[in-house]
Design a protein around this ligand. Sequence first.
Ligand code: MG
Length: 337
Amino acid sequence: MSIRIQAKPFELMLKYPFSISGYSRESTPLMLLELELDGLIGVGEASMVPYHGENLATASEFLSKVKLDWLQAPFNFDELRDYLDGLAPGNPNIKAAIDIALHDLQGKIDQRPCWQYFDVDPERMPLTSITIGMDSREVILKKVQEAEPAQILKVKLGGEADKMLIETIRSVTDKPLFVDANQGWKDRNQALELVHWLQEQGVMLIEQPMDKNNWEDNAWITEQSSIPILGDESIQRMADVEKAKGVYHGINIKLMKSAGMHEAWQMIQMARKLDLKILIGCMSETSCATLAAAALAPLCDWADLDGPFLTKNNPFPNPDFKNGKWVLNNLPGLGIS
Ligand code: MG
């Protein structure tokens, strides 16, 4: 019996237009995958945020080359990665969808939850932040209220109004904050000044202060910051992890960058070896990719897995969320009920 692939385009609607430094959109195209073997179905998801270059056409074209008839359970995920990378470079989103669906399928074959494959202790699940995107003062206050289930908020900075945004949030809550500058800061002296100010405001970490290719200035900020500085856009796949050493205190790992759960897990091992901190993050995602990342989250220092909170037509039931954390269940595979 060989694995049958079914792909379904899906437009994931955002609750609010997504705005980061210099850019805005209202939905995200997804390619949802079902891989079927002997009556069991594994579910996967590619979330294709436009600025990464993948879309429904590139995903379909890539899938047209994929033949999984050589694959035998238990699946060898190193072989799978080499096979997919051999078909075409890039395309990490659709590669992630295949990897996630096969992990779900493997769990259903073995009747085991995916997190068990990574030797994860569900009790070590970190708190997950909910993101407050750039907006007017009024909308920011509404977003903070709606993010009530989270014990940590993540704030997108990198514009003209950075201090105003933080002061607005601080006028209503003293929850710890993550800050994501999304490469938005252009001058390293001003950036460092802001980093020191943010520390006084109860900020726990800062993602990607300056341009992803500006290793020197990002390293200069890291050296002088006592809050962890993390590389996100700079760090995509396994080969990038070593480059983070000496430039950032840690890295942001996302399944849509790492081409799936297997390589994300390998990146976690490598980061630990290099003494780098780890945030596990996400794109605009449904319960499917959220649960896939949550299966690895207990191996990380922090989590920013807020997809289901920021979208309004999640086609799957929302996973359990208690005391600011996702709850891993014992259902086979990803645990989508
Ligand atoms: Mg980021």
